[in-house]
Design a protein around this ligand. Structure first.
Ligand SMILES: Nc1ncnc2c1ncn2[C@@H]1O[C@H](COP(=O)(O)OP(=O)(O)OP(=O)(O)O)[C@@H](O)[C@H]1O
Length: 267
C-alpha cells in the first residue's frame, strides 16, 4: 500500500506558566521560568493513501496539536512527519486574515499554495458559491460571523482539492444545511480515495466516516488501527470515565498532567 503520511516519534513540547509575570520574566531570562509540558509525546503511526483516520481522545489529549503538525501549521519539537502530496487543514479557527475581504483572503491563501492568478480566478466563483457568501465577499472578514468565517475557510480548503485533508471540528459550527453540504463534500473526497484526518467529538460521525482511529491520551498514542476495534476500546473507556465521580475524574486528569510534565527518559 502507498503511504500518504508517516509520523515518526513526534513530540511537541509547550512551555506553561503559572502567571503572566512568569511568562514575561521568561522572555528576559530564558529558561528560568515556566515548566515544560508535553502536548504530544513520541507519537508514531502511518496513514495509507485513502485512509480516513479519526483522532479521538478526551479534551486536551493532543488531537488539535497533532492535526496542526500533520498540516504543517505547527512544527514538532522533535520527530518527523513525511507527507506525500498537497495538504490542507479545515479548522474552526481557520487562518483567515481579518483585515482583508473574503475575496482577498481567497486570493492570498491560493497564492500561498502556489496557484496562478488565472487558476484562482477560475476557482473563485466556485469557492464563493459553496461558502454562500455572494453578498458579503467584498466585506472585510472581521465583519463576518463565526459561521461565515468557517464557511469561507471550509470552501477555500476543499476547492483547492488537496491530496490530504485535515478536518478539525469544522462540522460543529454553522447551520445544519451547511454541515450536511460539508459532509457530502467529504464523502465525495472519500469516494475519490483522498486521505483524511478527522477530529470530532461525535463518535457516531467517526464510525460512519472513518476506517481507522488514533486514540490519544495525555499526548500519547493509546491505540491505533481499524476503527471498529479502536472505537470499541475507546467507547468502553468513555463509559467507565463517564460513570466516575467528579473527584475520580480529577485524579485521573491530575495523574495524566503530571506525566505530561515529566521529562522523557532517554533510552
Ligand atoms: N500553545 C500552547 N501552549 C501551551 N499548552 C498548549 C498549547 N496548545 C495546546 N496546549 C496543551 O497541550 C495539550 C493538548 O492540547 P490540544 O488542543 O492538542 O488537545 P485536544 O485533544 O485537541 O483538546 P480539545 O478536545 O479540548 O480540543 C493540552 O493540555 C493543552 O492545554
Amino acid at each position: 500500500m502507498e503511504k500518504a503520511v508517516i509520523v515518526k516519534n513526534v513530540t511537541k513540547k509547550y512551555k506553561i506558566y503559572e502567571n503572566q509575570t512568569d511568562r514575561l520574566k521568561d522572555l528576559l531570562l530564558p529558561g528560568k521560568f515556566g515548566e515544560e509540558f508535553y502536548g504530544l509525546k513520541d507519537v508514531s503511526f502511518e496513514a495509507e493513501k485513502g485512509d480516513i483516520i479519526g483522532l479521538v481522545g478526551v479534551n486536551g489529549s493532543g488531537k488539535s496539536t497533532l492535526s496542526n503538525i500533520i498540516a504543517g501549521v505547527v512544527p514538532p519539537t522533535s520527530g518527523t512527519v513525511k507527507v506525500h502530496g498537497t495538504r490542507a487543514i479545515i479548522d474552526v479557527s481557520a487562518g483567515l486574515n481579518n483585515k482583508l475581504t473574503g475575496r482577498e483572503n481567497i486570493m492570498l491563501k491560493c497564492l500561498m499554495l502556489g496557484f496562478t492568478k488565472q487558476e484562482i480566478k477560475r476557482l473563485e466563483p466556485e469557492i464563493i458559491e459553496f461558502a454562500e457568501l455572494e453578498t458579503f465577499i467584498d466585506q472585510p472578514v472581521k465583519s463576518y460571523s463565526k459561521g461565515m468565517k468557517s464557511r469561507l475557510g471550509f470552501s477555500i480548503n476543499v476547492s483547492i482539492d488537496p491530496d490530504i485533508l485535515i478536518v478539525d471540528e469544522a462540522l460543529s459550527v454553522g447551520d445544519k444545511t451547511f454541515a450536511r453540504k460539508s459532509l457530502e463534500k467529504m464523502m465525495e473526497f472519500k469516494e475519490r480515495g483522498k486521505t483524511m484526518f478527522f477530529v470530532s467529538h461525535s463518535t457516531s460521525q467517526m464510525k460512519t466516516f472513518c476506517n481507522k482511529a488514533l486514540w490519544l491520551e495525555f499526548g500519547e498514542k493509546k491505540a491505533f488501527g481499524d476503527m471498529e476495534r479502536v472505537m470499541e476500546q475507546y467507547e468502553a473507556f468513555l463509559k467507565k470515565y463517564n460513570k466516575w465521580s467528579k473527584e475520580k475524574r480529577k485524579q485521573f486528569r491530575t495523574k495524566g498532567f503530571k506525566k505530561q510534565k515529566k521529562v522523557l527518559e532517554v533510552v
